[in-house]
Design a protein around this ligand. Structure first.
Ligand SMILES: *Cc1c(COP(=O)(O)O)cnc(C)c1O
Length: 397
């Protein structure tokens, strides 16, 4: 058996393979340059063009683009009229933004536990978290897989809750025959460079609701409107506008949307590439007794953003952190998604000290994210598999 790079051996790869990376080609560059030479750099025709194209792609009536996905989630919570005193149920195994958005509007995030096979929010745990203050559920499509949306939507209907789906990972995924973006009250996508497509920074809310659409648009630009039908003043002069509530400057630029448009045109290619890599990993890891792979819900047809494995810690001599260091030394850019949100010092400080989601913590102690992005080559994926086998076999109990 060859010596681990961590112990001075030769690494599996000579250069570092990151866990995620954008794919930007000449079409993307041309698309952005065209806008740079046009009359509008921001809030011009390209924003609307991107939004219309995006809404069509995910089979939603409206799309509203924001400066980033976190701003988009904040806007969705505002549009849903989530307020001080309300509770919002989400998963702890997510990026902090899925819960922070509730705090932004004065509401309290409540963490339901996850299912240990799919790593996603467990509907029965959601039901146990519901109180008379519950206003919304924010399920997260972790890795691009989809949680049990039929059950979640049914729980929401029964309890009169709004569903804001955090689809930061799942652009291109389907739930049965329905594209993600078409099944929840509002759905958020992120366009950060590690996500499936990018606009540099960017986020989108899609919805079928006219009322949410109007509030989202107005929230994005300071709470200001120029719509004559909505103004408090009658016979307002043409230059007149009103700030009707406290919004933000969460606008996206035409420059970013130009990149978003050319990237969206390549979504199907990216999806094919990502899913090929996922199939390759699955084929290599499904028989390995040292590895547990993520299970899919029956109706989840994923376009995967992340590939996460769990280590069979009872069969290894060391924990996840040692395996992580050993893989990094082999030049494999592994990562950890995610620290349960309530374990962050800030959350402890504001009253989450005693929260404990048993499955989420079990998952957290054993998870490792492997590199996955559309520009990865077959050789890159082979290197990952070789490094995993080298390191895990070394530490096998
Ligand atoms: C990336 C991400 C976000 C936030 O998106 P930004 O565009 O980075 O603000 C929210 N939720 C999840 C699950 C994410 O991965």
């Amino acid at each position: 058996m060859s010596k681990l790079a961590l112990h001075g051996g030769k690494p599996v790869r000579g250069n570092y393979l990151p866990y995620g990376r954008q794919s930007v080609d000449q079409d993307d560059i041309d698309s952005v340059v065209k806008v740079l030479k046009s009359d509008y750099l921001t809030t011009g025709p390209t924003v609307r063009e991107f939004e219309d194209m995006f809404a069509r792609k995910v089979n939603a009536k409206y799309a509203v683009a924001f400066s980033n996905g976190t701003a988009a989630l904040h806007a969705a919570c505002y549009a849903a009229e989530i307020k001080f005193g309300d509770e919002v149920i989400t998963t702890p195994i997510t990026f902090a933004a899925s819960a922070n958005c509730a705090l932004y509007v004065g509401a309290k995030p409540i963490f339901a536990d996850i299912d240990l096979e799919t790593y996603m929010i467990d509907p029965s745990s959601i039901e146990r978290c519901i109180t008379s203050s519950t206003k919304a559920i924010i399920p997260v499509d972790f890795t691009g897989e989809i949680p049990q949306m039929d059950k979640i939507l049914e729980i929401a209907r029964k309890n009169d809750l709004i569903v804001i789906q955090d689809a930061a990972h799942s652009l291109g995924s389907y739930w049965g025959d329905h594209p993600i973006g078409s099944i929840s009250d509002m759905t958020m996508f992120s366009l950060h460079p590690v996500k499936t497509i990018t606009s540099g920074e960017g986020g989108i809310i899609v919805t079928n609701s006219d009322a949410y659409y109007e509030r989202l648009c107005q929230f994005r630009t300071h709470g200001i409107t120029r719509n004559p039908e909505k103004l408090h003043m009658t016979n307002a002069p043409a230059w007149y506008y009103e700030q009707q509530f406290l919004g933000y400057n969460y606008r996206i630029t035409d420059i970013q949307c130009a990149l978003g448009i050319s990237q969206l045109l390549k979504l199907e290619d990216f999806k094919l590439k990502r899913n090929e890599l996922v199939s390759y990993y699955d084929s290599k890891f499904s028989e390995n007794e040292l590895i547990v792979t993520q299970a899919s819900n029956t109706k989840s047809k994923a376009c995967r953003h992340l590939y996460v494995i769990r280590l069979a810690l009872d069969k290894l001599r060391v924990g996840r952190n040692e395996i992580f260091d050993a893989l990094r030394a082999e030049n494999i850019g592994v990562n950890v998604h995610y620290i349960p949100v309530y374990l962050h010092p800030y959350y402890k400080e504001i009253g989450y000290e005693s929260v404990k989601c048993i499955n989420a913590e079990k998952y957290y102690n054993s998870c490792i994210t492997l590199p996955l992005f559309s520009g990865m080559t077959t050789q890159d994926a082979k290197d990952v598999v070789d490094a995993i086998e080298k390191v895990l076999n070394h530490y096998r109990r």
